[in-house]
Design a protein around this ligand. Structure first.
Ligand code: NAD
Length: 252
């Protein structure tokens, strides 16, 4: 439908999972997409597939983040949309057993990365207006046992979203977040395999008990379904929506 014709987009963590689904959908809608990911090989191969630009970046590194936006400007002359998607889901651990270093890694990738990318995207976005989309989580709306670091980082993403929406609005920049429930990515399947083995139950039983039975729609969510909502939020269809959070979790 070409909803994003002529738009220039940076997607962090764009090389796999939800980010890759967003890159593919946005490119299919006419955008030029910068796939910015710590995995250089995957970023470049997806960029080639969608005729975009693949850039290796660790979103925790301010100089590397600055370079992403200057490369974007050199290649395309502007920026319209930033998707702060890069993030990690840590293993489940009680708070009294979380190492400080592990706590810090989660907060650094999930939150500091979004701060740095937003900071360095703003000068480009302010030129023409645009949109920022932050990947929060269902665990950014409700606390979850053994996920306190992850949940705290995702609650913070919503605070960042609402605050930056207030600051950036006068420049014609909208800022929203998506709060996915369980999304069936390759990484999710790996996590399930590990947890099922540790619990001594089948993957099917674990998925049913923990994810699909509690969901009104009795299923998990596909990455393409997150991408579809991302497209809505950055498109003109959502022109008056800012500082908002959309939960996509099949009715958990
Ligand atoms: P994923 O692991 O499949 O993909 C994440 C991507 O981010 C990978 O390509 C990885 O290389 C990249 N990345 C990791 N650390 C990085 C860093 N420091 N700098 C740059 N890139 C980095 O994960 P996903 O499941 O697609 O998750 C994407 C986002 O969605 C994350 O923010 C995650 O917290 C959020 N989320 C996922 C789910 C889910 O069930 N999959 C649910 C709610 C929220």
């Amino acid at each position: 439908m070409n909803l994003l014709a002529g738009k220039i987009v940076v997607v962090t963590g764009g090389a796999a999972g939800i980010g890759a689904a967003i890159c593919r959908l946005f490119a299919g809608e006419g955008a030029k997409v910068v796939v910015a990911d710590i995995d250089a090989t995957l970023a470049k191969s997806l960029a080639e597939e969608i005729s975009g630009l693949g850039i290796a970046v660790d979103v925790r590194d301010e100089e590397a983040v600055r370079a992403v936006f200057s490369e974007c400007e050199s290649a395309y002359g502007r920026l319209d949309i930033l998707v702060n998607n890069a993030g990690i889901v840590p293993p489940q651990v009680n708070i009294w057993e979380i190492d400080l270093a592990d706590w810090q890694v989660v907060l650094d990738i999930n939150l500091r990365g979004a701060f740095l990318c937003t900071k360095h995207a703003m000068p480009l976005l302010k030129v023409h207006g645009g949109s920022i989309l932050n990947m929060s989580s269902r665990m950014g709306l409700h606390g979850a046992p053994m996920q306190s670091h992850y949940s705290a980082s995702k609650f913070a993403m919503r605070g960042l979203t609402e605050s930056v929406a207030r600051e950036a609005g006068p420049f014609g920049i909208r800022v929203n977040s998506i709060c996915p429930g369980t999304v069936e990515t390759e990484r999710f399947r790996e996590r399930i395999a590990g947890r099922a083995k540790a619990a001594g139950i089948t993957e099917a039983k674990l998925i049913a008990e923990s994810f699909t039975d509690p969901a009104a729609l009795r299923r998990v969510v596909q990455p393409e379904e997150i991408a579809a909502t991302a497209l809505f939020l950055v498109s003109d269809a959502a022109a008056a929506i800012t500082g908002e959070h959309i939960r996509i979790d099949a009715g958990r």
